[in-house]
Design a protein around this ligand. Structure first.
Ligand SMILES: Cc1cc2nc3c(=O)[nH]c(=O)nc-3n(C[C@H](O)[C@H](O)[C@H](O)COP(=O)(O)OP(=O)(O)OC[C@H]3O[C@@H](n4cnc5c(N)ncnc54)[C@H](O)[C@@H]3O)c2cc1C
Length: 331
């Protein structure tokens, strides 16, 4: 049996961030991921300036293209783009296939390709698949995290199942603006995100419950969205016809669920951190990875309520806090 102080299950942004901070402080950590990196991750690949700060990525550090984004929101069929977005500072696009592999390699942690199936407690140790033992176990396996499934079994509210379809492909004549479409009678949104190397990511996500109720099909919504892009001159018809989109169900867990057991912490999507409206999850994954590492290091506590929310709800929350502060009598 392989013994380490900390096992991180999942090498996405949450897991690699946690592993990196532990390695920086000289701690013993092993990352288990079922995928071999670089791996495909369905994601539009939008990140905020804060993500770069939290990850300590300075100008010139990142070896792959990263494009500053001019984000335009198209609301409910209005024919113009609003240059508005609820994030302070700049926004960027990256390709997850490059970003996640680079972060994981940079973490300095040993990575073993292993599909985690079982987790059990044995005295003060967690045992993973009867092959690995650790004192601290981090569940960073994303929306289908096996640690979450094994130890936090009652947390998958069906109403929050999201269905997504997307395609990332080389399209050098793509426009530079990033577009979000909140429309088409869809409880969800669609996006066009340009990437730095001439690629573009086109996708769409919707609540599964809504699709079931409305009797509509996610593929039909995606095709209708492509037709709109062709009509608007943002995509040529031959490319649209040849696109083979891929998709999967994605679970947005409630944020009030449990994220800790004795020496076991859930982080990132496994902890239900991606926002419901915008689906921003990379930033929360990174923040949670840092906080979980700090708890292991005895320097802090992993606290979900401290994670920054860049979403419409988060915007409202920040607005209310600011308004309350203004009306507070001076101490
Ligand atoms: C279509 C779509 C678009 C999105 N767009 C954006 C966006 O533009 N910006 C944004 O901020 N967020 C976006 N998100 C959300 C974002 O992708 C996630 O919030 C983010 O990836 C969470 O990071 P994570 O490290 O928690 O999990 P993941 O990135 O999902 O990493 C989990 C890792 O765990 C591994 N794993 C899973 N099961 C096992 C197992 N049994 N054994 C071992 N390893 C396992 C996986 O292989 C994976 O590498 C999007 C999500 C979707 C679905």
């Amino acid at each position: 049996m392989r013994e380490v102080e900390t096992i991180v299950v999942g090498g996405g942004p949450a897991g690699s961030t946690c592993a990196r901070r532990l390695r920086q402080l000289g701690r013993d950590v092993l990352v288990l991921d079922k995928a071999r990196f670089p791996r495909l991750k369905l994601c539009a690949g939008w990140i905020t300036e804060k993500v770069l700060r939290d990850l300590e990525i300075g100008p010139g550090d990142y070896p792959h293209p990263m494009l500053p984004l001019d984000i335009r929101s198209h609301l409910r069929g209005l024919p113009f783009g609003l240059s508005w977005f609820p994030t302070p500072g700049k926004n960027f696009s990256i390709r997850r296939v490059e970003f996640d592999a680079w972060l994981l390699a940079r973490s300095g942690a040993e990575v073993v390709q292993h599909d985690v199936r079982t987790v059990r407690r044995d005295g003060a140790r967690w045992i993973v698949d009867d092959a690995f033992a650790c004192r601290w176990l981090i569940g960073a396996g994303g929306t289908m995290c096996p640690v979450r499934r094994a130890l936090f079994p009652n947390q998958r509210p069906k109403s929050r199942q999201i269905v997504t379809l997307e395609k990332e492909f080389a399209y050098p004549s793509r426009e530079e603006a990033c577009r979000l479409y909140f429309k088409r009678g869809l409880v969800g949104y669609a996006w066009v995100v340009p990437k730095g190397d001439g690629h573009v990511n086109i996708g769409l996500g919707a609540k599964a419950k809504y699709l079931r109720k409305s009797g509509t099909n996610i593929h039909d919504h995606f095709r209708a969205f492509l037709d709109d892009l062709v009509r608007e001159g943002r995509l040529d018809a031959a490319t649209a016809d040849g696109l083979q989109e891929t998709g999967h169900p994605y679970y947005l867990f409630t944020r009030d669920g449990e994220v800790r057991l004795d020496h076991c912490l859930l982080i990132g999507d496994a902890a239900g951190l991606a926002t419901m409206d915008l689906g921003e999850g990379i930033g929360p994954a990174v923040e949670s990875g840092l906080m979980a590492a700090d708890e292991i290091l005895g320097r802090g506590t992993w606290d979900k309520s401290k994670v920054t929310l860049f979403s419409l709800a988060g915007l409202a929350q920040r607005f209310m806090r600011a308004a309350n502060r203004r009306h507070m009598p001076a101490a």
